[in-house]
Design a protein around this ligand. Sequence first.
Ligand code: PLP
Length: 411
Amino acid sequence: MTTHLVGGISSAGRALPPLDGKPFITRRSNGAYVWDDAQRRYIDTALGFGATVIGHAHPLVVEAVTAALRNGPMPAFAHDGEEEAARLLTSATRHLSRAIFTNTGSEAVHLACRIARVATGRSIIAKMAAGYDGWYDDVTLGQAGSGDAAMLANARPSRERTTLLRFNDFDDVDQLFAENGDIAAVILEPMLANAGCVPAAPGYLAHVEATARRHGALVILDEVLMGFRTGLGLTGHGIGLEADLATVGKAIGSGIAVAAVVGRPELMALAEEGAVNRAGTYSGNPVAAAAVTATFQVLKNLDYPALMARGERLRHGIRAAFAKNGTTVTTSGEGSVFTIWFGDRPPSNYAETLGMANAAMTLKLHETLRRHGLLIMPFAFGRLYLSDAHTDEVIDAMIDIFKDAAREMAA
Ligand SMILES: Cc1ncc(COP(=O)(O)O)c(C=O)c1O
């Protein structure tokens, strides 16, 4: 029982439920594993909420970050690590060739929205209902689980500077722009990841992009979660989406707090000229820059197809384990980030996720796997992340644990 720290952890979404009356307290993490305060080892699929695609405490990142710390973590003035980190990052983001570092994905989204507002002279950001683009006031509208996210009876929940779009609803995009001439940008993820990895319908993202452009609005690709997770670059680029600005975080820093906005040079020039306010005591600090640079040294040699294939093998193993015990389970998402559903086909929109979400079964699955030494998120929209440290042997061990769990849950 913690008495000084609110709720036992500083971010509500990262809390695990107690098991047998005991809270889960992490002692350390390395590679594919975390250890609890009793030194018990678990295979981890939360990976710092997706913060690493190369495994916890990768030695090259630890070494680079330690050197940066020893060298002085916060000099205030420009330092030589930041340009190199920006060069490496933007070498993988195509025409989004200029970068500004921030500390968190939420800050990056905030800055990208500000750039879009200044560039267009408009005030409203349209975001996906049930999408998660960070926890700053403007974009908390319509988070998964809220009444607004459901957008019932065709109502369009809005705030002064934010409005909602129904993900995968083609007509809703046209309707939004017909209703509102003040949209500065649409912000979207390549899939609705935080609502349980709902994939974009074929042609949907291209439709959003084309409609936004026709109406003079910008497109912000929020890749804080997906960026550098499915390949060396933006997942949206892989499926043909050409955004004006993108936000990245998590995987680019391998567990060190760093994120960034990347964008078209003419938009980013607004920040350079001072038309867009940007700041941050810690933005682009040497430790963060060192983490990015070291991460990219590893990422450029990462065998992404093999990582994705291991993820697909695990997903197949999970489905087979439950099927053998008479429970129908399916998964949605990508090889290195996916969600498990108790149902026979993956949801294709948020309304379907609400129908399929089974909080009690997901919690039971979490508890059963945890007893067997495997950690997954305890809520229905939770995601399983995999990293390069999740080798074939680790995947085999995970499949064996799922087999045991499926048998026990059926009994
Ligand atoms: C798509 C997306 N955008 C933004 C954020 C916010 O990033 P951070 O938690 O670093 O503020 C997240 C975090 O999960 C995210 O998944």
